[in-house]
Write a protein that binds this ligand. Sequence first.
Ligand code: 4AD
Ligand code: MG
Length: 460
Amino acid sequence: MSNDRIATLFANLPIGRQVSVAGWVRTRRDAGSFSFIEVNDGSTCSNLQVIADRGLDNYDTEVKRVNTGCSVLISGELKQSPAQGQAVELLAETFTVLGWADPETYPLQKKRHSFEYLREIAHLRPRTNALSAVARVRSRLSQAIHRFFDERGFFLVHTPVITTSDCEGAGEMFQVLTGAEADQRGGRGEADKGFFGKRAGLTVSGQLQAEVYAQALGSVYTFGPTFRAENSNTSRHLAEFWMVEPEMAFCDLSGNMDLAEALLKYLLADVLAHCPEEMDLFNRFISKGLIERLQHIVDRQFIRITYTEAVDKLLSSGKSFAFPVSWGVDLQSEHERFLTEEVYGLPLIVSDYPAAIKPFYMRVGDDGTTVAAMDILVAGIGEIVGGSQREERYDILLSRMQKLGIDVDEYQWYLDLRRYGTVPHSGFGLGFERLVQLVTGMHNIREVIPFPRTPGYAPC
Ligand code: 4AD
Ligand code: MG
């Protein structure tokens, strides 16, 4: 079966040509001896209007019975449309119903449904205009990420999902247990020897393994699913999310910031140029002024401040925060929001955080109290990128790991990288769903991943 895609028909307008389209019925309206059937095939936000006249063999038996959700295959001639708001319509010569959808039970009807309701039908929600637009933009962004790195000579590295190292050291790993181990333990979930006699879990970040390849291939990146067993029920946290993680040998913190800024701008510019229909839909129905705000991010230089400057700004603002600020505390979302939305109005790169609130692998500054870390904060979302220059000095890294109580025997391979031909190197993680939130204006992160996993919730 090889059918025409509706998006391609709208782009090329092959008027007078015989085409065949397969898709799902959005609406049917009968007028005299015709039925107007709006069909969508998932390739575009717009529906194709199909005109079926009663001359069709199955007009009374089938065409007049189709309703929202039925799948259909239609062949006929593409005509210039006399109707306003659409360039073409399809005059049906054959009209086949592939699958019926009982209107009494089909959960998607013509009206607008709330996103909360749609989450309960994760298997059907991509058939809605908003969620299918998100899925297409997500796909475009994924491919743009690979293009960006390919154009700059980066190599893609597939880092493991099952790992013994807890990169962020925050104890937020899901543990892995073989079936046999689970049975042996009466399903009690003690995972200390769960992976064939060894403790292992699902990765929280591909960074440590990306560092291995950066110190062999130069510039690499990984882009895959990561997992966090944190009990966060917010509009920007998932238990399973995708992360884009470049890692560059011979690169310092400032080069790292440059790359992160260039990547974000490239991705926003790419969707603005290539997904105009979807962006228009988000701009009108999800977040007013979205396109303008994204263009502003593409056009302006990000602001770079240190953590110390950020804390000073917060303290001197005179604003009272629910979580009081002082040097040494981690910035909370209310602080990030204030800085990005009320003070600067632009993406903000905050660097040089206190060592005590950041993971073991970050490079310790000359002052001994800060690390060469950088987070990028954006309005409405907060932290979208987290990265750092890595500690490349063996002795300093070892003593920091020991101080933090990390089992250094488990990380000999990581220390080896500092023992043999160590180099300054840097990298960052871009939360892919937070990026899709930024681009689509979607309020809740659960709407920008096909099958969200949050505490106690994993549909399909
Ligand atoms: O700041 P994070 O924890 O950094 C790391 O994991 C580093 N190892 C990355 C690196 O340097 N290669 O996470 C990076 C980004 C955050 O800035 C955020 O955008 C996203 O990942 N993120 C989440 N997104 C959705 N749900 C969660 N629970 C997230 N936790 C982090
Ligand atoms: Mg972070």
